[in-house]
Design a protein around this ligand. Structure first.
Ligand SMILES: NC(=O)c1ccc[n+]([C@@H]2O[C@H](COP(=O)([O-])OP(=O)(O)OC[C@H]3O[C@@H](n4cnc5c(N)ncnc54)[C@H](O)[C@@H]3O)[C@@H](O)[C@H]2O)c1
Ligand SMILES: O=C(O)C[C@H](O)C(=O)O
Ligand SMILES: [Mg+2]
Length: 586
């Protein structure tokens, strides 16, 4: 328990800017009631009603915050009751609507209910319902949230950025909508993703909601259905490509940096070519990271190391694990490169042959050096056919699984059901005593398999993780098949928090590694042995605080930390010594 207290205390005392505190309000009257940052609805006490010109604009009775909270939860529960028997889609969207209305009206109450009920509400404001919201965004749109920079705004962004009402922005989540979860190109409708990710920043990392900014970079869409949809709210043109595209992203990044030099920009759900290109282009120039490449990699690595522990093996056994990764996109390649780095470190840094244990499969099958038009990012993981016995270029998932008998089958393909019955049954022949199946694609429909399918076909002794939440599986013998949620939500809020508090100007590999290692060591031996690789989402604030502290320590060790607010480098250095001791003796 002391763990929670110590980081919470460290955050609130030292880093008060990360937590909403008292602030000056210049608005009066209805302007305040219509501003979700300041609105308290019926909660304004009479003194404030007088001071802010609100007398007569609200029903006379003052309702306490607790009472407002209960009122909201009661309406939420009634909605649940009243929508019983309706389709999942209808129920999910109804729940999202009621939460969204609160978000638009009163952010203080919204974040309170979100934080207190994170396990229940995360699947609505985040994955998987956020995917459904993005698909239907143009029809659901009522009020704007965040900022929209479009292909038509070229040359205007430096002034546009000043249209945002907040003096300080700490965290930006940016998308161009080109690869929203496994749903493809959703154009401007992808704005739901930055909104959901930033909600998690507030809920998990305690970032001040007035210092977050969701951004949509609308460079067009190649989704013909959307281009023809009369309701579509984005720019009706095919996506910009090449230099034209990069000039728009450059202009946006420069505008952000000019106004808020230390704002952290999280790139989210960019199609693979731009995900890698922008990461390379900006990581030394700005404080940014790509969540799908780097956040996902850390979460997956933590899961892979947890899998080794769950087998009762020492971590060094990771070097012997055979891992098949299905999906060679930004996420799959990000995971592989972090895993290969880990192997290389564990084996003394030689790096030679570090990837012999990994097998990469994409839509055209097993990736080998014989592949024509091999993506440069996949080259390091392509197998030399000479090293493959009985497998060749383009081998299917089932062929690879049957031949390799992997310890781990990890999916980041975006294709629902691709781990079919045959593939899952073949995992019974795994060389591992506790084979692991990671169906990490989102949302639920795009998961490579469901939890029930995994446990019933691959066996009850497996470790299972999915990107979207599934219920634990009743194995029918009094035992429960535990479902882990392998989602980058366990890392990105801590990466952002640690970077913010350290004042680092760049997010280094060392900082990302520290985040992953912190998550990997979070679970106790007992839990891991039961197949529980990640904490419950109920603990996300504690996990995020620990990950944030680990990132600060790494930034200090690498002399990247410059301090934040009134906490300078020296003070951070002293704190990080204490944190390191506490984490080591956890
Ligand atoms: N759980 C998480 O935290 C997390 C994080 C990031 C991404 N994801 C999910 O991973 C998925 C992929 O994301 P991405 O950014 O890498 O996408 P991407 O489009 O860059 O890559 C998809 C890859 O899957 C391959 N693929 C497509 N069909 C296939 C098939 N039938 N068999 C094998 N491979 C196939 C493609 O060739 C491509 O290499 C998405 O569904 C996304 O939601 C999950
Ligand atoms: O958004 C998520 O739930 C995870 C991940 O970033 C994804 O793109 O699927
Ligand atoms: Mg993503």
């Amino acid at each position: 328990m002391w763990k929670v207290v110590r980081f919470a205390a460290a955050r609130s005392r030292r880093f008060s800017t990360a937590i909403p505190g008292p602030c000056k309000v210049h608005k009066r009257g209805t302007d305040i009631l219509h501003d979700p940052w300041f609105n308290k609805d019926t909660g304004f006490p009479l003194t404030e009603r007088d001071r802010l010109g609100l007398r007569g604009l609200l029903p006379p009775r003052v309702i306490s915050f607790e009472h407002q909270y209960d009122r909201f939860m009661n309406s939420y529960r009634s909605l649940e009751k009243n929508t019983q028997g309706q389709s999942d889609r209808f129920v999910s969207l109804s729940k999202w609507r009621i939460l969204n209305r609160l978000h638009d009206r009163n952010e203080t109450l919204y974040y309170r209910v979100l934080i207190d009920n994170i396990k229940e509400f995360a699947p609505i404001i985040y994955t998987p319902t956020v995917g459904l919201v993005c698909e239907n965004y143009s029809g659901l749109f009522r009020r704007p949230r965040g900022m929209y920079f479009s292909a038509k705004d070229k040359g205007e962004m430096m002034s546009m950025i000043y249209n945002w009402p907040s003096d300080q922005v700490d965290m930006i989540v940016l998308t161009d909508g080109s690869r929203i979860l496994g749903l493809g190109d959703l154009g401007v409708q992808g704005i739901g993703i930055p909104i959901g990710k930033l909600d998690m920043y507030v809920a998990a990392a305690g970032i001040n909601p007035q210092k977050i900014l969701p951004v949509m970079l609308d460079v067009g869409t190649n989704n013909q259905k959307l281009l023809e949809d009369p309701l579509y709210l984005g720019v009706r043109q095919p996506r910009l490509e090449g230099e034209e595209y990069l000039l728009i992203v450059d202009e946006f990044m420069e505008a952000v940096h000019a106004r808020w030099p230390k704002a952290i920009v999280q790139f989210e759900d960019f199609q693979m070519k731009w995900a890698f290109e922008t990461l390379k282009r900006y990581r030394e120039r700005f404080c940014m990271f790509n969540d799908d490449i780097q956040g996902t990699a850390g979460v997956a690595l933590a899961g892979l190391l947890g899998t080794v522990r769950s087998q009762g093996q020492p971590l060094s056994d990771f070097l012997k694990q055979k891992i098949v990764v299905v999906g060679a996109g930004s996420a799959g390649l990000g995971v592989l490169s972090m895993a290969v780095q880990a192997v290389s470190r564990m084996s003394g840094g030689s790096g030679t042959d570090a990837n012999s244990q990994f097998f990469l499969i994409d839509k055209d099958g097993l990736v080998t050096t014989e592949r024509s038009n091999l993506d440069p990012a996949a080259v390091p993981f392509a197998k030399n056919p000479r090293d493959l016995e009985g497998l060749s270029e383009g081998a299917s998932i089932i062929e690879v699984v049957k031949k390799v008998k992997p310890h781990v089958l990890l999916g980041l393909s975006g294709v629902g059901g691709v781990f079919n019955t045959e593939v899952l049954k073949a995992m019974r022949e795994s060389v591992s005593t506790k084979p692991a199946i990671f169906a990490m694609s989102n949302p639920t429909m795009n998961a490579e398999c469901t939890a029930i399918e995994a446990f019933s076909h691959a066996g009850e002794n497996i470790v299972f993780a999915s990107g979207s939440p599934f219920e634990n599986v009743d194995l029918g013998n009094g035992e429960v098949g535990h479902v882990n949620q392998a989602n980058n939500m366990y890392l990105f809020p801590g990466i952002g928090l640690g970077t913010l508090l350290s004042g680092a100007r760049h997010i280094t590999d060392g900082m990302l590694r520290a985040a992953a290692e912190c998550l990997a060591s979070y679970m106790t031996e007992d839990d891991v042995r039961k197949g529980i690789l990640y904490p419950s989402i109920d603990c996300i604030r504690d996990v995020t605080a620990e990950v944030g502290a680990a990132v600060v320590c790494a930034a200090v060790a690498e002399k990247q930390a410059e301090g934040h607010g009134d906490v300078g480098f020296k003070e951070l250095e002293n704190m990080s010594k204490v944190w390191k001791i506490l984490i080591t003796h956890r």
